[in-house]
Design a protein around this ligand. Structure first.
Ligand code: GLA
Length: 386
């Protein structure tokens, strides 16, 4: 499921006339639990997909940045590193160029590059295809320019590229997942200080599977709505006198909601974030005590909170969750930002076929697009592959 590094190197050579200095890969992700908590300094628990963005990259020292993608038709785009400016570019090139901009802005002497990208991470499916593009470019430049930055530092710079250069107000989860995940593990991440714990998550060994159901509803309106949720959470923190909603302890939720009085919209957002942080901690405890099956109901609870309180689900995502659970899945929830994209389903291995069939039939009966269903095995984070 990863582009072969050989085919990327070969295409690079056709485009730029010489073999690349190296080839790197960075994965997309799903999030097991902890949604819309990352911009509230809270907890998340993503794991890396086997699908990756792959980049062939050569260093340049003349200030020229050349970009090409196998996934977007069009010729090589040539830019000048000195002239990179935030929000000046509405094309896909804003992601890799934004990373170069963020590295330079942080004082790193990145003097140009030739880059060819090819990705197997489905775009617009809520699986962090953009973060994969950013992180693969950041890691390649880190190696080629000897910057010696750690995974979490690269993630911060990639988030800055996306926030400032691309202009999307995302949190830190996706970039950190792509940079720092390990095979066979989910990443328990505290988004306040980026401290991390790798939690063993080998479902196959326990006779279970995790399915990703891409509803193929592109989350095109997500940015405006995402920004509104984020602003609502910030308002909640300000009204409660805390730095971030992470600072409202679960045990004090009722009192906090009371203090918010008739701010109904903010109350719902606060309730989601505070209960969701608690759900991440519950899932960590359950996994660490070997009670993996018991996380199923926690996932379903998280989905209900995203649907009813945070209001970022959609009919297709709700149908996946309801149908999968009715067909015997252990749990299911939307994953990522919402408004379309993908859901995850946790099921016994023996129930996978029946659950998949039930979801496909329900989608056909509702007149929805045929969903894309695949199994997700926790895979490796960003690395050099050649
Ligand atoms: C998107 C953002 C992340 C995070 C999720 C919701 O994936 O990029 O930072 O906020 O939505 O959990």
């Amino acid at each position: 499921m990863s582009e072969t590094s050989g085919s990327v190197a070969e295409r690079f050579e056709q485009l730029y006339g010489a073999a690349p200095d190296g080839v790197w890969a960075a994965p997309g992700r799903v999030n097991l639990i902890g949604e819309h908590t990352d911009y509230n300094d809270g907890f998340v628990m993503p794991f890396a997909l086997p699908h990756t963005a792959v980049a062939g990259v050569s260093r340049r020292d003349d200030g020229v940045l050349r970009l090409h993608s196998a996934d977007v038709s069009g010729p090589v785009v040539e830019l000048t590193v000195d002239a990179l400016a935030p929000e000046s570019d509405k094309r896909w090139t804003a992601y890799p160029a934004g990373v170069v901009w963020a590295l330079r802005e942080a004082g790193h002497a990145v003097t140009g590059a030739d880059i060819h990208l090819a990705s197997t991470v489905p775009a617009g499916a809520g699986l962090s295809s953009s973060a994969a593009l950013e992180v693969v470019v950041a890691l390649a430049l880190n190696d080629l320019f000897g910057l010696a930055l750690r995974g979490w530092q690269l993630a911060r710079l990639c988030q800055r590229a996306e926030n400032v250069y691309v202009g999307a107000p995302v949190g830190i989860m996706d970039q950190t997942a792509s940079a720092c995940c390990e095979p066979g593990h989910a990443l328990f991440l505290d988004t306040r200080d980026l401290s991390q714990r790798q939690i063993p998550f080998d479902l196959a060994a326990e006779g279970m599977r995790l399915l990703v159901v891409d509803t193929r509803v592109k989350h095109s309106h997500s940015e405006g709505e995402y920004g509104k949720r984020r602003a609502g959470c910030e308002k909640g923190a300000a009204l409660l006198g805390v730095d971030a909603l992470r600072d409202v302890p679960f045990g004090e939720l009722d009192a906090a909601l009371k203090r918010l009085g008739d701010e109904e919209e903010v109350r719902r957002l606060v309730r989601h974030v505070v209960t969701e942080d608690a759900r991440v901690e519950r899932v960590v405890r359950l996994l660490e005590s070997g009670d993996t099956r018991a996380i199923g109901p926690v996932l379903v609870e998280g989905h209900a909170s995203l649907r009813d309180d945070f209001r970022v689900s959609c009919p297709e995502l709700d149908l996946v969750v309801d149908t999968a659970v009715a067909a015997g899945a252990l749990g299911a929830r939307m994953t990522g930002g919402g408004f379309g994209g993908s859901a995850i389903v946790l099921a016994e291995e023996a129930d996978v076929a029946a659950v998949t069939k039930a979801v496909e039939e329900a989608f056909a009966a509702a007149g929805f697009k045929t969903p894309r269903v695949f199994e997700a095995v926790p895979s490796a984070g960003a690395r050099r592959v050649r």
